[in-house]
Design a protein around this ligand. Structure first.
Ligand code: 5GP
Length: 213
C-alpha cells in the first residue's frame, strides 16, 4: 500500500501580506511548482491594472454582476477594499477540495480570517512581512500603480496588519525572494503531510496491526 492509493484532503492556504511585499510572485511560483495547488481567482469590481488579465489575475466584473453573484451566494467570502468589492468564488474552491487538491488565496487579512472561520481544519494562514515599511513604500512608489493617497492608506493598513502576526500559523520575511519561497514551499509540503489530512494512514496502520509477527 502506498500513500498514492488513498487520497489526502487538500488544504486552503491563505497567503496574506501588505501590497508590495512580493506576495503575488511567491504565490504564483508556488502554484507553478505544484500541479495539485490551484489559485483562487477572485472576482473584483476594480479596474484592471496595466498587465493584468481577465481570468488570470482576477475576474473583473461590474458592481451589478458582483451583487448578483452575492445574491446567489456564489462567494465563500467578500470584502470591500479601498472602495472596491472583492470575493472568492465558491464553486472552484469546493471543486478543488473535493478532488483532494489544495487552493491558495491571495487575499486580505479579513478574508483569510473569514475563510478560516468556515473551514478551520482545512485552513493554513501565512503572513509575509516586508523587511521594513520604508522598503515597502519604495516598492509601492517604484511600481507606480497607485496614487499617493492609496499608497499612504496601504502603509497605514500594513502597520495595523503586521501587529496581528500572532493570529497566523506561519510568518515569513521576504528580504530574500528565494529563501522566502523555500520557506513557503516547506510550509505547504509539511501541511500536506499532516496526519489529519492523510486518509491513507488509517488503513495502512490497520493492515500493519493485522500482520502476523
Ligand atoms: P489589489 O486591488 O491590490 O489587487 O488588492 C487589494 C487587496 O484585496 C489585497 O490585499 C488583496 O489581497 C485583497 N483581495 C483580493 N481578492 C480578494 C478576495 O477575494 N477577498 C478578499 N477578502 N480580499 C481580496
Amino acid at each position: 500500500m502506498s500513500s498514492n492509493e488513498h487520497p489526502s484532503r487538500g488544504l486552503l492556504l491563505m497567503i496574506v501580506a501588505p501590497s508590495g511585499v512580493g506576495k503575488t510572485s511567491l504565490t504564483r511560483r508556488l502554484i507553478a511548482d505544484h500541479p495539485d495547488l490551484h489559485l483562487s481567482i477572485s472576482a473584483t469590481t476594480r479596474l484592471p491594472r496595466p498587465g493584468e488579465h481577465e481570468g488570470r489575475d482576477y475576474h473583473f466584473v461590474s458592481r451589478d454582476a458582483f451583487k448578483g453573484m452575492m445574491a446567489r451566494d456564489e462567494f465563500l467570502e467578500t470584502a470591500e477594499v479601498y472602495g472596491n468589492f472583492y470575493g472568492s468564488p465558491r464553486p472552484p474552491i469546493m471543486g478543488a477540495l473535493a478532488r483532494g487538491d489544495s487552493v491558495a488565496f491571495d487575499i486580505d487579512y479579513r478574508g483569510a480570517v473569514h475563510i478560516r472561520e468556515q473551514a478551520a481544519a482545512d485552513s493554513v494562514m501565512v503572513y509575509i512581512l516586508p523587511p521594513s515599511l520604508g522598503e515597502m513604500k519604495r516598492r509601492l512608489y517604484a511600481r507606480s500603480q497607485d496614487s499617493v493617497e492609496v499608497i499612504q492608506e496601504r502603509l497605514a493598513r500594513a502597520k495595523d496588519e503586521v501587529a496581528l502576526w500572532r493570529t497566523f500559523d506561519y510568518v515569513i520575511m521576504n528580504d530574500d525572494f528565494d529563501r522566502a519561497y523555500a520557506e513557503l514551499a516547506h510550509i505547504f509540503h509539511a501541511e500536506r503531510l499532516r496526519s489529519s489530512r492523510n486518509q491513507w494512514i488509517e488503513p495502512m496502520v490497520a493492515s500493519l496491526l493485522e500482520e502476523d509477527i
